[in-house]
Design a protein around this ligand. Structure first.
Ligand code: GLN
Ligand code: ZN
Length: 773
């Protein structure tokens, strides 16, 4: 290679510096969650910064080696993060919030922005807000951009990673989040304008960055712009053309790959094609090859994400190769990749020894996907026969999945086919209200809680002991029953009107159900990062879903047997179960949702039959699955609402259906909340001063509502006065006969003493306000 590390703007064609196989990014938590342990040890003061850095260096070295071993000729670098890649970008652009500026040590400043400093020695600093990364289950930290935010380039971290990679002989391709995405994900603070209006302030920094990267000798830089597959802002097509027109006009720079993922880039791809960037990355799992064919990319490298980076299934290599071949004439050069970073899938299936070997053969986690990418790249270059064994194995896995009796269960399919709208349409709400009032006899402003009570150390120990075999299931059951009895006693003492069993038996609100339903399996070590050091192990929904026996009835009826007060049954809704699992990719999500809904329906009707008068079906993830493109949203909301209604539509008028949503910014979901047709809906409201009630009203929501009167995310115990004031505020928007009194969310993360004090005050507040009406 000659001096092609720096190029000039008239270089429109790719050349020998193109590459053939890569991924947009990889996980960084470590194959055995080494980073989680190290970061948590650092926070606890058990290890120092040098020890943490050593772990980080080791993780990077190891993940690059895996990519090299897989045969990749370009390796993403700077996808490592101690906490979050958006926070890293804020550091790179000098955009940390001013409140952390006084912390001298850069690492501690970084963690302060991520987690806050409550409980530490200095003054309390609030962390950045956290929210979902597009439509995934990864959470990023939301940068705050105020009118005084001055951007200053700090490329230290990316330059250091490049140096480490080059020292290891890795063909490094640094990855940074692009200016459009960074600003679109940020929020305005201190009365500043929408962050995206600051785009021209960022371009000089990216220009400078390109120059610094050129000096390191890297051939390519990958600039991630997933925002280009969304409708997050108006004018994104023009903006993309302008921003990448400017950046590709920088004289001294590496080649630029603009990477999109999580959807089809549509006409934004054509806009990028009109600039002088040398490459574009596209998601061909959620996006269409037609978009690539329509954009004029014949002068550019197209990095084709044909292997699903977010799901766990083995790739149909024949179909992927066909898609690649169909693009050959429409691209200057083609490279094979995953559709997005493999951050969203576990490291490898190799450790899953306990898994049914048939199921094992269907799966591809990150490392197996690297192998698929490499095989496709070789097949593209040398023909399919070069990789005959791999293609044969992929075909066999696919055939095994298609033929497996657990994947297509006739009874499930027949039952679904027989469903009609009558099955998900309950009587008019006023009729139900009358029947429920007669059955329950609750006071006005009834008090209740959202479901979980503190998950104590003893509960966790018992669960571990059951798993390790040190106690048997009878002993486990009796320990859980003790816990339920304690929670019932607590609620009676405090004086709540509608009680719950407390959910002690649930490790997780989705996993608990997945473990009992046919069509799901759990992994032993399938960890993925959720945020920071937190990892989750999503269940895998592989086949037709069916409930073989009741999942919650025993616990709830036990709780009911201990009290005269009504006990509320507690279930997770179909949309949330899907959202927090890996789902099958061989049928539309809407169909899978209906199967899960039928299984939950069996549980609601069994609970009713067992005498449970109120059943809550939680759907905290309803908003999360909302499609990134506006045009796709109506169809989603339609099937999501139908699934909930199938799950809850089998009970009689006198059975009250409650639902719980964890947030108050409903946005476009607001109409759907009314359409769920629940009798009572509890939502978060404590932090937003009950404003959500007006929004609900405007959306035509007329049912009963429980706006959270206290924030369970904080250990603070609010005074009765405070909660009474919130209730009075709520009464400005909602008539008393529609209002419930409850906390914002479940109490599982709190301590028992906090919960007891807070609930006492809450009941006290309800009593006071009742007397005023
Ligand atoms: N019933 C659940 C609980 O109380 C609801 C949790 C949630 O909304 N995420 O924990
Ligand atoms: Zn909640």
């Amino acid at each position: 290679m000659s001096d092609d590390t720096t190029i000039t703007t008239d270089t429109r064609t790719t050349d020998s510096a193109g590459f053939t196989a890569t991924v947009p990014g990889v996980a960084r938590i470590g194959a055995n969650r080494e980073l989680k342990r190290a970061v948590e040890a650092y926070w606890a003061g058990r290890i120092d910064a040098a020890a943490l850095t050593r772990v980080a260096t080791g993780i990077r070295r190891d993940s690059w080696s895996r990519l090299i071993d897989a045969g990749f000729d370009s390796v993403p670098v700077n996808t490592f993060s101690y906490y979050d890649q958006v926070l890293d970008t804020a550091v790179m652009l000098g955009a940390l919030p001013p409140r952390v500026a006084a912390i001298d040590d850069p690492l501690d400043r970084y963690f302060a922005a991520a987690r806050g400093t409550a409980g530490g020695p200095g003054p309390d600093i609030a962390p950045l807000e956290m929210t979902k990364w597009f439509d995934t289950n990864y959470h990023y930290l939301v940068p705050e951009i105020g009118p005084d935010t001055e951007f200053i380039l700090d490329p230290g971290a990316v330059l250091d990673e490049i140096a480490q990679a080059q020292a290891q002989g890795v063909p490094a391709r640094p990855v940074v989040i692009g200016p459009i995405t960074f600003l679109a994900l940020a929020k305005a603070v201190d009365g500043g304008p929408a962050p995206l209006t600051r785009i021209d302030d960022l371009l000089p920094l990216y220009t400078e960055l390109l120059g610094r990267l050129a000096q390191t000798g890297v051939d390519w830089v990958q600039i991630d712009e997933p925002t280009l597959v969304t409708d997050q802002a108006d004018g994104l097509t023009d903006l993309a053309e302008r921003v990448y027109g400017v950046l590709s006009a920088v004289r001294t720079r590496p080649r630029i790959l603009v990477q999109t993922y999580f959807g089809d880039a549509g006409d934004r791809l054509a806009a990028l094609a009109r600039t002088a960037v040398e490459g574009v990355g596209v998601d061909l799992v959620t996006g269409s090859p037609d978009t690539v064919r329509t954009a004029d990319l014949t002068g550019k490298l197209v990095v084709a994400g044909v292997v699903d980076g977010r799901n766990v299934w083995r790739t149909d290599l024949d179909a992927a190769l066909a898609a690649l071949e169909s693009l050959r004439a429409h691209a200057g050069a083609l490279a094979v990749s995953t559709s997005c970073s493999t951050l969203h899938v576990p490291y490898t299936v190799r450790g899953e020894f306990e898994l049914d070997p048939v199921l094992h053969g269907w799966l591809a986690f990150a490392e197996e996907k690297f192998g698929e990418v490499a095989a496709l790249a070789r097949a593209l270059a040398h023909g399919r026969d070069d990789q005959a064994c791999r293609f044969e194995a992929a075909r066999a896995a696919l055939a095994s999945r298609a033929a497996d009796p657990r994947v297509h269960v006739a009874a499930v399919r027949e039952r679904l086919a027989g469903l009609t709208p009558a099955d998900w349409t309950r009587s008019p709400a006023p009729d139900r209200r009358e029947a429920q009032d007669a059955a329950l006899g609750l006071p006005v402003l009834p008090t209740t809680t959202i479901g979980s009570y503190p998950q104590t150390v003893e509960i966790r120990k018992a669960r571990l002991a059951l798993r390790n075999g040190t106690i048997d299931s009878a002993a486990y059951r009796s320990r859980m029953e003790q816990e339920i009895a304690a929670v019932i006693a607590l609620q009676e003492q405090v004086g709540l009107d509608v009680l719950v069993h407390g959910e002690p038996e649930r490790n997780d609100m989705v996993q608990y159900f997945a473990e009992q339903l046919d069509g799901f399996f759990a992994t032993a070590a399938g960890w993925v990062q959720s945020y920071g050091s937190r990892c989750v192990r999503p269940p895998i929904l592989f086949g037709d879903v069916r409930r073989s026996s009741p999942m919650t009835v025993g616990w709830i009826t036990y709780a009911q047997s201990l009290t005269e007060k009504p006990v509320k049954g507690m279930l997770t809704g179909p949309v949330t179960i899907l959202a927090w699992s890996f789902v099958r990719d061989d049928q539309p999500l809407a169909e899978t949702a209906r199967q899960v809904a039928l299984a939950i329906r069996d549980e609601t009707t069994d609970l009713e039959r067992a005498g449970v008068p109120i059943i809550q079906v939680d759907e905290p993830a309803l908003r999360e699955l909302l499609p990134l493109r506006t045009a796709d949203r109506a169809a989603y909301l339609d099937w999501a609402v139908t699934a909930f209604r199938i799950a809850t539509g089998g009970v009689g008028d006198a059975t009250a259906i409650h639902t719980h949503l964890c947030y108050s910014e409903f946005g476009e979901v607001i109409g759907a909340i009314a359409a769920l047709d629940a009798d009572v809906t509890s939502i978060e409201a404590a932090r937003s001063h009950m404003e959500v009630l007006d929004d609900l009203d405007a959306a035509g929501f007329a049912a009963q509502v429980g706006p959270g009167v206290y924030d369970i995310h904080s250990p603070r115990v609010p005074a009765a006065d405070e909660m009474a004031a919130s209730l009075r505020e709520a009464l400005d928007a909602v008539r008393a006969d529609r209002l419930w009194v409850n906390p914002d969310c479940g109490l599982k993360t709190r301590r028992t003493d906090e919960v007891t004090a807070a609930l006492r005050n809450m009941v006290d507040a309800a009593r006071r306000v009742r007397e005023e009406i």
